[in-house]
Write a protein that binds this ligand. Sequence first.
Ligand code: OSB
Ligand code: MG
Length: 371
Amino acid sequence: MKVERLILREIRMRLKAPFETSFGVTQDRRVLLVEVTCDGASGWGEITAMDSPFYNSETTETAWHIVTDFISPLIVGREFSTSADVPHVLAGIRGHNMAKGGVESALWDAEAKLKAVPLWRLVGGIRQEIACGVSLGIRESPESLVVKVDEELRSGYKRIKLKVKPGKDIDFIAAVRKQFPDILLSVDANSAYTLEDAPHLQEFDAFALLMIEQPLAWDDIFSHARLQSQIRTALCLDECINHSRDAETAVELSACRIMNIKLGRVGGHLGARKVHDVCVRQGVPVWCGGMLESGIGRAHNVAMSTLPGFTLPGDVSASSRYWHEDIIEPEIKVSAAGTISAPTSPGIGHAIRKDLIERLTVRSSSWTQSS
Ligand code: OSB
Ligand code: MG
């Protein structure tokens, strides 16, 4: 499989509604799309970096730079026997997993198309249906949050995750739990607390949460181990886990009992598989995290979620929750039972709406074998 061409595009997409986390409010997404042409087949990937370095250290700009100056020279014109060799070729570039993952996943899509198999089969998936949850941004009041939760449950979603931060936590969780005593409920703090908040976080134990996601610093596995020993509720790590060695460290230290895997954060499908394998071996359930993706990133998330260890509902939900118009066809749809069916057609299994992408594009760069 020879990489004949790589195109990097930046498109702008406006979310239907602003999404608030402890690190800020997002409404306009600057999405980087990677298109590769390999032996005549085209593959698509999405770089899931946000426009500011407030979730992790990458940004849209750093990813543009890294793809332009370091990744494309290593990839374009090269012959690969499998996309699983891509991370090895990129290993000299330290960090920048989202930039790498966007390119790596585009090659997986191209490879699956050349082999005429669905991507989810090629990456080792075993289930055709995945379970879906939703992540709800911080809201004005507990009352308005309860209304939103009710709406999502009526759509069939199987797990509700609430974004929290200091001052916007206990009252909100309590209101939702009171109204819905039996649902699978979790919270995500995106590193808004410190170990000194342990007594406060212990109060969360009263709400029978499935997990508390990433309460402490984005790069601090050790403090999560300290915290986990002081609370009953399972911790789940997101920001802290960038590769399988982080997963090994976290499990060994008992820093969490559940793992969030995001394709971009761990550098693509191979990195995801490796984190997944560590967790399966150690009996730690995993689920697929989201980064407010366009349909392309979302389709890759669906493929990843079919791996055997993804036993908890992920943050993979319908395109229509985010976008008036998605860039793939059909868009990602969720059944009334709160599931998504993995597609049967080759690659990511969705057609790319190139006309729409063209309209949304604000800049693009292309590298071919000879240039
Ligand atoms: O921490 O999971 C997170 C969105 C942006 C950045 C980080 C996170 C999130 C979400 C939204 O929770 C998940 C989604 O619906 O895509
Ligand atoms: Mg998270």
